[in-house]
Design a binder for this molecule. Sequence first.
Ligand SMILES: Cc1cc2nc3c(=O)[nH]c(=O)nc-3n(C[C@H](O)[C@H](O)[C@H](O)COP(=O)(O)OP(=O)(O)OC[C@H]3O[C@@H](n4cnc5c(N)ncnc54)[C@H](O)[C@@H]3O)c2cc1C
Length: 444
Amino acid sequence: MASRLAADLSQYPNLRVLYGYDICGVSFSGALSQIDELQLKNVVRSEGGSVEWGSSFQSVSGSVFVDASADGRLVRALPFTGSVGRGDWPADRLDADERGAGPSPPQAATLMFKVTGVQCGAQNRYGDMDWTQTEQGIWGVSGGRAAFADDPAIISFNETYGPKGFALKPLNAAQDGAGSGEWWVNALLVFNVDGRARNRDRGTDFFPKDIRPDYKTVDDAWVQARALLKNTPELLSALHRFGGFENARLVLDAGGEPIVGQTLYLRETVHLASAGNGSENECFTLTTAACNKAGAKPGTGADAGNYDTRIGLAYYWSDINAYKFEDLKSAFGTYIWGGAVGQKLRPELGITGDTPENPVYLSYRCLTDPAVSNLLVPGYAASASSFAWAELRTLPNLCVLGDAAGVSAAYAVNHGVAPLHFTESDIAGVRDALVKYCGARVEK
Ligand SMILES: Cc1cc2nc3c(=O)[nH]c(=O)nc-3n(C[C@H](O)[C@H](O)[C@H](O)COP(=O)(O)OP(=O)(O)OC[C@H]3O[C@@H](n4cnc5c(N)ncnc54)[C@H](O)[C@@H]3O)c2cc1C
């Protein structure tokens, strides 16, 4: 993907790509902060698995900046008002230790891993695997819900390792290109990961001061999950219980380590507030209610107020995933997944596998930080409540935010107006450009 993206971007000679760099410092000025310059260093993975700073340094100045990161790194480097994980949920839906004290948990993370020996199209006695092939001939599969709920080997693995912060979920997997014998598997949940925390930031302001004592950094979680894959035969025995995976074997690198995703799949980190501190329906541009009760057309539903400043639409089911291992079990101790987890954790919202009914209008104000004049935030830290993020957090929706941020940055430069100060007429200009140049859909 990285080389495909690099090839695509190479057609624009005005772009300078700094690949594998991260922010180590930010210079800003003014009462309402204006970012002037970022300091960057390259990052390299150490033999032990942690991502560490390299020795190459760069600085980048500019008039508009975009934070599309999964951990809101730039947003958090400036005065940050917002919430962590599900911290904006009603207090009576949180655990006692989340109320008032440290941050709330985010949704579970995942470490992808590679296997070979998959029998494409196969089913076992559960008959619960859904195999599909893309137009390019690449096979993919999702399923395993019945095996996850009923199979003794999977249950045994989860009973043993769930309390230690790891669990197998119903899986999705994809062939590593048409005809490949290797597959990427999305099945291993990793709990208690603070997506803001990186080992290389320890001792600096980038490291979250309020990390929960029972939480791991992203680096430690990645290392521990890879070690679990390598050293735990029960994990592979449990994986064999999914249809088509009976003979799956881990693919190892030259050093004998399992080949895993370069980055951990974080499902949730921080949420930027658009107005002070408050509940999920008060202080975020995209609220829980707007998502869950979005209307079928303009002027109807809880998202009607977003219409005039809309830059696109978002749509996905309210996929909140599990926050803790215990969330994977019903009150009767049986294993649950998907909408049932949402129903258990937020029964008052009436979540089903089909919620929400309608797409939601996305306001331009999801992208701006009230404390910074020249920053656009189309990534995980966008101004959306935790539950709104459950719908927003998927690829198509983040493309909508990303396109809007790119067009808005160009508009800001061309019109000499900072993104925070866009009027409704500026936002209409952005919307028109999105429709004209990006084929954006801005009506339901
Ligand atoms: C295993 C897995 C399964 C998923 N399943 C689904 C699914 O079934 N359906 C679905 O719709 N979505 C799914 N998703 C989610 C979807 O892939 C993400 O929501 C989407 O990729 C997010 O896009 P993004 O551009 O916001 O962020 P990313 O794709 O995470 O891109 C952020 C980029 O920012 C870069 N970056 C970070 N910090 C800096 C910095 N300081 N400077 C410069 N660059 C930086 C990162 O390297 C990265 O390239 C899945 C994701 C994973 C990992």
